[in-house]
Design a protein around this ligand. Structure first.
Ligand SMILES: Cc1cc2nc3c(=O)[nH]c(=O)nc-3n(C[C@H](O)[C@H](O)[C@H](O)COP(=O)(O)OP(=O)(O)OC[C@H]3O[C@@H](n4cnc5c(N)ncnc54)[C@H](O)[C@@H]3O)c2cc1C
Length: 488
């Protein structure tokens, strides 16, 4: 109680200081408005932030962080709050730094194929700023209309077209960041020495806050062919995926949906996929017209087992094919009162075995699972459906969801492909990493954030080192103690 009062008093003093560096409407303390920020896209985890700030400039972000350091108060960055692992879950004893007022495209440099943007700019807005000149920003999370580029950088987000073009990390040239000490520094891909930019991308807000991002722009391809292939069952679809990759074709995207996911998409957006399909495959080929033509001819042969093959004749038909896939997560809300969006990775060759095992789990626990996945990357998004009004159903869904991650790890994959670890999957990290592995990662975190103030409680499962408990780490790091590493 005493601690809470002390913490509350500290937050009040900090809030008064925040009002001195930010305009009055940029500091939110009204309890009703604070609740708007209590969760991200993973609504299961909730916490009302102590204070929310809406800085308009990098200097303001730096000033806020410096005050947090002065008062030893933790802070969490938030973009659009679409994250699916609770990465932007606020702290009741901390400050939530929201970048939604930092939405300017600062510079477009087409000869060098770059744009410099503020972190609150949405992913799609970057493409919209350059599309007329024949360019676009390649990583395309399904949430691209609303998610922020700052969030994309923090999560190293992917999307349907990342199979050919790579994830966010491959499209970020530089980042201006506010370090957890409150300094403004720039990390550039061209910097010699350690790839600190590489370390920052995907660090989920634990190594500082991105305030300016230089992204790579790509040329709109000369030709695009989008194909929808309908198969009787998921095994046939899976075999087609392996055959496409084995043939040497690298499509821009290969996405798969199973019967339950199709049913949901039909209910939500009437995407008019072929009736009776046990699985649909969306394959997009792009590049020079002659190359796409050749690849398409080969693709038709490979997909000869499909009972229907649709080819989009124009942009409208392409959008119609993508509509079902892009709406898939939200669509399951039409066929189930509640659901968990899982995210795991398996080697492509293990897909049929893992999907069969998911089927068995589903039957054993009486929990339906709809499968949507970036098939080319082996990135699964099982949607675990349950009725939260039914006693025990939520627990069974959690069991199935966790067991799916075990399957991914057992088959040499990962507990996350693109949604990050956040607060939700921190407990699964020991399934992939030993204590020593995790301690080594924490050394990196401690090097950036020795006080453990930047998004504490995320990514790592246990409060073993400095990153988890706000305040300077005490004691010697186990790796240092054992002579395996030196503390810098
Ligand atoms: C319907 C739906 C579809 C989705 N589809 C995809 C998909 O296809 N691919 C994919 O990868 N993800 C997908 N996502 C997940 C989500 O959209 C991405 O993780 C996205 O990058 C989050 O961006 P955001 O702005 O909403 O970040 P937030 O949710 O606000 O934050 C996410 C994390 O980033 C940190 N952060 C935010 N801004 C900054 C900053 N400026 N500096 C440092 N850290 C920061 C936060 O602390 C948090 O840890 C989907 C989500 C939804 C709801």
């Amino acid at each position: 109680m005493e601690g809470r009062l002390a913490g509350g008093a500290m937050l009040d003093t900090l809030t008064a200081a925040l009002r001195e560096v930010l305009s009055a409407d940029s500091v939110i303390t009204d309890p009703v408005r604070l609740r708007t920020y209590e969760c991200d896209g993973l609504t299961y985890h909730r916490a009302t932030p102590g204070v929310v700030v809406l800085p308009a400039t990098a200097e303001q972000v730096a000033a806020v962080v410096r005050l947090c350091v002065e008062f030893a108060v933790p802070f969490v960055a938030r973009g659009s709050g679409t994250g699916l692992s609770g990465g932007a879950l606020p702290r009741e004893d901390g400050v939530l730094i929201v970048t939604s007022r930092m939405r300017r495209v600062l510079e477009v440099d087409l000869p060098n194929r770059r744009a410099v943007v503020e972190p609150g700019v949405t992913n799609l807005a970057i493409t919209e700023a350059v599309r007329d000149q024949g360019f676009y920003y390649a990583p395309d999370p399904s949430s691209q209309q609303i998610c922020s580029i700052g969030g994309n950088v923090a999560e190293n987000s992917g999307g349907a077209h990342c199979l050919k073009y790579g994830f966010t990390v491959n499209h970020v040239e530089a980042c201006e960041i506010v370090t957890p000490d409150g300094d403004l520094v720039t990390l550039d891909r061209m910097d010699p020495g350690y790839d600190l930019l590489g370390a920052f991308v995907g660090s989920e807000g634990t190594l500082g806050i991105a305030t300016k991002i230089t992204v790579r722009l790509s040329r709109v391809p000369e030709s695009v062919t989008t194909v929808l292939a309908a198969f009787e069952n998921i095994e046939q679809g899976g075999r087609a995926v392996s055959a496409i990759i084995a043939s040497g074709i690298v499509p821009a995207a290969i996405e798969m949906m199973d019967a339950l996911a199709i049913e949901a998409a039909e209910a939500a957006v009437a995407c008019d996929y072929p009736r009776g399909a046990g699985a649909v495959l969306i394959v997009e080929l792009d590049g020079p017209a002659a190359e796409v033509e050749l690849q398409f001819a080969r693709l038709k042969e490979i997909c000869s087992g499909a009972f229907e093959l649709r080819v989009a004749a124009d942009q409208e038909e392409r959008a119609a094919i993508w509509k079902g896939r892009k709406s898939a997560f939200a669509a399951v809300g039409r066929i189930s009162p509640a659901y968990i969006v899982q995210d795991g990775v398996v080697p492509r060759t293990a897909l049929p075995r893992v999907l069969a095992a998911i089927d068995r789990l589903s039957a054993e626990h009486r929990i339906r699972v709809a499968n949507v996945f970036h098939a080319g990357d082996g990135n699964l998004h099982p949607l675990v459906l349950f009725d939260d009004a039914e006693p025990g159903a939520g627990e069974r869904a959690e069991t199935v969801s966790g067991a799916i991650l075990d399957l991914c790890v057992e088959h040499g994959g990962s507990i996350t492909g693109e949604h990050g670890v956040g607060v939700d999957k921190a407990r699964y990290m020991p399934r992939m990493f030993t204590d020593d592995d995790l301690d080594t990662m924490q050394l990196v975190r401690c090097a950036f954030d020795p006080r453990g103030l930047s998004n504490p409680g995320k990514v790592f499962p246990t409060p073993r080192l400095c990153g988890e408990v706000p305040g300077v780490r005490k004691g010697v790091h186990p790796l240092v103690e054992s002579g395996k590493a030196e503390q810098f």
